[in-house]
Design a protein around this ligand. Sequence first.
Ligand SMILES: Cc1cc2nc3c(=O)[nH]c(=O)nc-3n(C[C@H](O)[C@H](O)[C@H](O)COP(=O)(O)OP(=O)(O)OC[C@H]3O[C@@H](n4cnc5c(N)ncnc54)[C@H](O)[C@@H]3O)c2cc1C
Length: 350
Amino acid sequence: MGVYYNGSALVETAGGAGIMEDVVIVGGGPAGILLAHQFREHGIPHKVLERGKVGQSWRDMRPGMVLLSPGVPGTDWTSLTLQRPIWAFPGVRRPFPTREDFLCYVDAFARDQHVEVTERTEVTGARPTPEGFTVTVAGGDEIHCRFLVIATGSNSKPHYPEVPGVAGNPFVFHSGDFLNCMAYDGKRVLVIGGGNSAAELCIQLAGTALTTMCTRNPLRYFSDSAELDDIRGSSESVLKELFRFRILSLREADPVVSLSGGTAAFASGEREAFDWIVCATGYRPRWIPIGGGTVDTGEKGYPRISPVGESSVPGLYFCGSLAMFHRRCAFIHGFRNYVEKVFWDIADRL
Ligand SMILES: Cc1cc2nc3c(=O)[nH]c(=O)nc-3n(C[C@H](O)[C@H](O)[C@H](O)COP(=O)(O)OP(=O)(O)OC[C@H]3O[C@@H](n4cnc5c(N)ncnc54)[C@H](O)[C@@H]3O)c2cc1C
């Protein structure tokens, strides 16, 4: 039995020995850090559990990658708070910071704001208890808390097109596993996808590999549509020029309908052989298993949440890019304002 103070009395926990934490946050990415900063500023005890190091998702991304979000005075889509902006750091690339700039910034933010993160601690699951939740970490240790916030991001489950011949094909890999173009010199590479990841990958490969981009629909550019999912940032003009010079090939609105080894069959009826096929087809949301109850999901498999981020399981909140308060929440400038809503709701209930 464990014992905790619930604000008016000492309560015994049924979940076994151990201290009852007020709040556990799973994930030490931008959203988890920002939420922990709010709790710290208000003196509310909390614990952040991170499977790797602070900002691990960004550490796992391609070195040298340039962000799509500008980070300059007036148009700052990158900073966690506008009071502590990324552009105030010396040497940050403008207007679009690099992955390395962003990582340094997140590290510095956590350090300067005294955000404590328990690193190298992977959460494997959680279950509701009468007092809140019991969280299990790899190795089997358990942590008890009253409120649980999942901030594990929306890029943990690579998505592949549902096309015969993709699953288990050794010629196929996901764009998240691409590091640099050196291994593809002179190779025939098919990039499936028409979004920003596909565009960035094609630009990386251009001139090194014989690269073909293949899209389901006509290509769409941010300068025409103002849609954040369309090709934007530094990619737009470079990509257009590479198609014009025929350094890149394009199969526009001619999707792959099946694969047989490295040979792709397209909707147009044509077939072509490739050495590698890269799926730049995004990610799907996934989070830790919640025992003893399912979390209701909505559009595209994201958890259904209240206007303050609480899920269908009472006391279980989602935060950051997993919490689709709004479509823009896939990006930092979209979710950073919503983190405060999660914070205030939990703070009011403690
Ligand atoms: C290639 C690419 C480029 C992008 N470019 C931009 C951009 O330019 N601008 C922008 O705003 N957004 C961009 N994004 C989206 C970006 O991922 C989000 O904006 C942001 O990182 C989301 O923050 P988050 O804290 O919600 O999730 P994440 O950054 O994914 O952080 C989640 C954290 O949870 C940890 N974690 C996961 N599972 C567990 C577990 N079981 N136990 C413990 N810890 C766990 C992870 O290690 C990670 O540190 C990009 C995404 C990708 C894939």
